[in-house]
Design a protein around this ligand. Structure first.
Ligand SMILES: [Mg+2]
Length: 331
């Protein structure tokens, strides 16, 4: 694959790829491997299948990723980005109520996003609580993967590793208080940042691992990531191997499974299918894998049939362009 594309392609690729992985996994999220095979055949899911009423529909993972992007886009300057992301998540919460007072603007006004797609209880509960959590003052003890699955935009616009780490952790800690909830988000943002800088997938993963290793509270997440790296480089990874490894409902496991898939399977199409055909949190592992592959290879790494059929592709491209403008404006 010739790497002749720029940051804008990586940003668009990451948002599109994440949505594709999410939409694939939407059909398998709550199914065991045996029931996936019963439903879709021995090879498991190989294409979009109907979930939430149609093929190609994404879930809360992509919704919240887009609101992270909107938080970054609407921030007045670098100092208020975490506050702006919190406010964006509150607007996402508003989309989940089913009510509209007509005063909303931006993403919250998009009918395609005002849909219930199995939103995470931790995110809903923390946002309803009205108090933004921080790394220093955790709002709960959740290690759910709702933090890591939504922070890719932080890595897409970060200008350095420290910024990606700190903002990734802070954005996740708004709703997830356990280090295994927020630290993998920081590490994932660093991975995405590194890929945007032109790093290879192994280099990006190593950069995220280094950041995690520097965080004393993140020992559990580091151990999971190291096991994921070992699994992904062990030679042969299949659905049974993922099932024996973990399920991905927690942030540390989700990132470890995604990293294992990315390291084990070089073909983006097959890699996404590997990430969603297991018994665990398939839409989140699919999202994270798609976000990494898109940042590494751009949108054309994904089959046109998926790029064109994924829900709200035009909206994803528009938000990607707005995110890219943030990076361009800095230069
Ligand atoms: Mg989901």
């Amino acid at each position: 694959m010739t790497e002749t594309f720029g940051r804008g392609d990586r940003i668009e690729g990451s948002l599109i790829g994440g949505a594709i992985g999410d939409a694939l996994g939407a059909a398998t999220e709550f199914e065991s491997l045996s029931s996936i095979r019963r439903l879709f055949g021995l090879d498991g899911l190989t294409d979009f299948a109907t979930a939430y009423g149609a093929e190609g529909r994404f879930t809360d993972d992509t919704q919240m990723t887009l609101f992270t992007a909107e938080g970054l886009i609407r921030a007045v300057d670098d100092t208020d980005r975490v506050v702006s992301i919190w406010q964006a998540y509150l607007r996402w919460l508003g989309t989940q109520s089913g009510r509209s007072d007509g005063s909303v603007s931006g993403l919250a006004a998009e009918a395609v996003l005002r849909q219930l797609r199995a939103p995470g209880n931790t995110c809903l509960g923390a946002l309803r609580g009205g108090v933004p959590g921080t790394v220093a003052e955790p709002v709960n003890d959740s290690k759910g993967c709702g933090g890591v699955m939504r922070v890719a935009p932080v890595g897409l616009v970060a200008s350095n590793r420290v910024e990606a780490w700190e903002l990734g952790c802070a954005a996740a800690a708004l709703t997830h208080g356990h280090p295994s909830g927020w630290a993998p988000a920081g590490a994932f943002a660093v991975m995405v940042w590194s890929l945007c800088e032109g790093g290879s997938l192994p280099e990006g993963i190593a950069a995220g691992r280094d950041a995690l290793a520097d965080e004393p509270a993140a020992g559990e997440a580091l151990a999971w990531l190291d096991r994921g790296i070992t699994l992904g480089t062990s030679g042969c990874l299949d659905a049974e191997g993922i099932d024996a490894f973990g399920q991905g409902w927690t942030g540390d496991e989700a990132l470890a499974i995604a990293v294992a898939c990315v390291l084990a399977e070089p073909d983006p199409h097959q890699c996404l299918l590997l990430a969603v055909n297991h018994s665990g949190d398939s839409d989140s592992t699919g999202s994270i894998v798609g976000q990494m592959l898109g940042a590494a290879h751009g949108p054309h790494a994904f089959a046109r049939q998926w790029r064109e059929r994924v829900e709200a592709a035009d909206l994803l491209v528009r938000v990607a362009a707005d995110l890219h403008a943030l990076v361009v404006d800095e230069k």
